[in-house]
Design a protein around this ligand. Structure first.
Ligand code: ADP
Length: 200
């Protein structure tokens, strides 16, 4: 089974989560945010402990555990009827986060588009993260050093995923535009994909 997929891609604070949550409310879309899946684990879950260990340092959780968590969540959402793979578009937010994860997911994902949310103003992203720290009670957003390490991890480990999928699939969107305009760009593009598919 391959899942029809679009990826939300961008640095921490670029607004992937905001867009993903909106898209997930539209019938025909299912949103999976990898960071949320980790945060939903129980504190006594062994993977929950691993998550805290790595995320508190601004590092990525090891690939095998991450892909396992993804599979479990996708299967659970399919069984409980919230995700209908045969008709829904899977909106992935925060996964794959390095080329190795992309390779591990290769046979399961039919990636139709990668939406790269860019923010040239690093300070603005840092401010977004700091605001989120209190609002969403996120420890990894509360510490300046961890924020900077996450931005570095993004540059060094995550950005190469764009090359993995290649220019044809990647659509760059200015994330400093209003959430409505970012959403409009994403939806316009998805509409062109759907009409291209309808012609085939
Ligand atoms: P951000 O807003 O920083 O992009 P996320 O909620 O997506 O935050 O992720 C928070 C943390 O969860 C990451 O810093 C990382 O430790 C872990 N994480 C999330 N997704 C992945 C993934 N695909 N692979 C490895 N670690 C991940």
């Amino acid at each position: 089974m391959t899942y029809k997929t679009v990826l939300l891609f961008g640095a921490p604070g670029s607004g992937k989560g905001t867009q993903g949550k909106i898209l997930g409310t539209i019938p025909g879309f299912f949103h999976f945010a990898c960071g949320d899946a980790f945060r939903n684990l129980r504190i006594d879950d062994p993977l929950g402990k691993i998550f805290i260990e790595f995320s508190s340092k601004g590092a990525l959780v090891p690939d095998e555990s991450t892909i396992e968590l993804w599979k479990k969540n996708i299967h659970a959402s399919t069984s409980n009827g919230s995700f209908h793979p045969e008709r829904d578009t899977l909106v992935l937010d925060g996964i794959p986060r390095n080329p190795r994860q992309a390779e591990m997911l290769k046979t399961m994902l039919d990636v139709r588009a990668v939406f790269h949310l860019t923010c040239p103003d690093k300070q603005k992203m840092v401010e977004r993260l700091q605001r989120r720290a209190l609002r969403e009670n996120r420890l990894d957003d509360a510490n300046m050093e961890v924020i900077h390490r996450r931005l570095e991890t993004y540059e060094q480990e995550t950005k190469p995923v764009l090359d993995y999928y290649g220019v044809k699939l990647v659509h760059t969107i200015d994330s400093t535009a209003s959430p409505m305009n970012v959403l409009r760009s994403i939806l316009n593009h998805i509409a062109t994909l759907d009409s291209a598919a309808a012609k085939v």
